[in-house]
Write a protein that binds this ligand. Structure first.
Ligand code: ASP
Ligand code: MG
Length: 413
């Protein structure tokens, strides 16, 4: 069995849904099709959660109305039996009409997960209407997680057992990316952009022959075309290179996607849904590493430097205290560097998390920070590539390993 994953951009309108159907009809007649929420629906649902948890009734109605009319406008251009979609909206409306005593992240998952439920209900109904044997599967019945809402950790044994039992037969299976369920039946999500990871979970449990992620780019490029005009398509990538690029922030694949596939040597194709006949990129057990340098840019970075108040060394005890604080605050470290009495880290400047973390750190350390920075990672760098990215930038920190250089810079405009 093949696993296909379609992201939000691929199903953002009726034309996208028709295009998906064409790809599935020609290349995936027995595929498991994993789909994200349509277009920017997840962001819209996050707005809805914010309004609901702040008890802003008018805004709740406004956001709900926008999400419903967006989906209805897609439906109106397609034929099919969309009764399930209307049921989902009725359920959401009922949920929103009552206050909830659940924790914020629990509420978030109950609401935000519905983006994927809606998109798959629409796609499955449309595929069925075109005459393809289609089965809609509820990923909440298949992917079992713990109760870590918004970042559910997969229970692999139970998930494997369920997928193995339920996913059989020759029809096209349509299911949701991004979502799972706790043992007591609460919906969880797997972290933003987690649909790629879902595809890898299904592939692992089904011993799939391959996974294909259909995207609006021709494959994995050596840089995001948002930042670079002359990007190069990488036609072949090792699992190791792919995981490193994703880890450093290449947004083309979710970083958790590679491990399950590597563990079972399942190839991952990244291909264009706009040019479905082009080969794209294949990620697998190939020999040797990339020859082309790859560039990853992260903006909105903040450099935090910590100096122990008592002039003690940055050694094991201080480090373990620092890491504990970061882990507790849920702030991921993108780069770190230390001297005898200072420790510097670069993190995404997340306004929900970083200020609280800084307040905590100030109890034990003198803290300085510098925001509005960029973190540039070059894999398989050479001096030319470094010089190229430093034009009009001030270099604040540089870290080199054999294959990777990371540069923390300030844009000089
Ligand atoms: N819809 C979710 C998100 O936007 C999951 C995904 O797209 O992979 O984060
Ligand atoms: Mg998405």
């Amino acid at each position: 069995m093949k696993v296909f994953k379609f992201g939000g951009a691929s199903v953002k309108d009726a034309a996208g849904v028709r295009n998906l159907a064409k790809i599935v009809r020609t290349q995936g007649q027995t595929a498991m099709v994993v789909i994200s929420a349509m277009g920017k629906t997840t962001n819209a649902l996050e707005d809805l959660v914010r309004a609901y948890t702040h008890h802003r009734t008018n805004e709740v109605q406004k956001h709900f109305g926008l999400i419903r009319s967006y989906h209805n406008s897609v439906l109106s251009e397609l034929s099919g039996d969309f009764s399930r979609v209307h049921q989902t909206f009725a359920q959401l409306e009922a949920y929103l009409s009552k206050p909830s005593t659940a924790a914020h992240d629990d509420i978030y998952d109950q609401i935000v997960s519905l983006g994927e439920v809606l998109s798959t209900q629409i796609v499955a109904a449309y595929l069925a209407q075109t005459g393809l044997p289609t089965e809609w599967l509820d990923a909440r019945q298949l992917i079992r997680t713990d109760t870590n809402f918004r970042e559910g950790q997969v229970d692999w044994n139970e998930t494997n057992r369920r997928i193995y039992q339920v996913v059989t037969g020759k029809s096209i299976k349509v299911t949701q990316g991004f979502i799972g369920q706790t043992p007591d039946g609460r919906t969880t999500t797997l972290g933003r952009e987690g649909s790629d990871y879902s595809a890898a979970i299904f592939a692992y449990c089904l011993n799939a022959e391959s996974v294909t992620i259909w995207k609006d780019v021709p494959g994995v490029l050596n840089a995001d075309p948002k930042w670079f005009d002359d990007t190069v398509l990488l036609d072949k990538l090792t699992y190791q290179d792919a995981i490193e690029l994703a880890y450093y922030g290449a947004t083309v694949i979710h970083p958790k996607t590679i491990k399950p596939l590597q563990n079972k040597s399942i190839p991952l194709y990244v291909r264009s849904f706009l040019k479905p006949d082009a080969p794209g990129t294949v990620i697998g057990n190939s020999e040797g590493h990339l020859q082309t340098p790859s560039f990853i840019f992260k903006i909105k970075q903040v450099l935090i430097s910590l100096h122990p108040n008592d002039f003690s060394f940055i050694a094991e005890d201080n480090l373990s205290r620092i890491f504990g604080r970061f882990a507790q605050a849920g702030v991921k470290i993108n780069l770190m560097q230390n001297t005898a009495i200072s420790f510097s880290v670069v993190v995404d400047n997340n306004p929900d998390r970083v200020p609280a973390l800084l307040a905590q750190l100030k109890q034990d350390f003198r803290v300085s920070y510098n925001d509005g920075l960029e973190l540039i990672t070059i894999r398989y760098y050479n001096q030319n590539t470094i010089d190229r990215v430093l034009i009009h930038k001030k270099l604040l920190l540089e870290q080199k390993s054999r294959y990777t250089v990371q540069l923390v810079v300030k844009d000089l405009g």
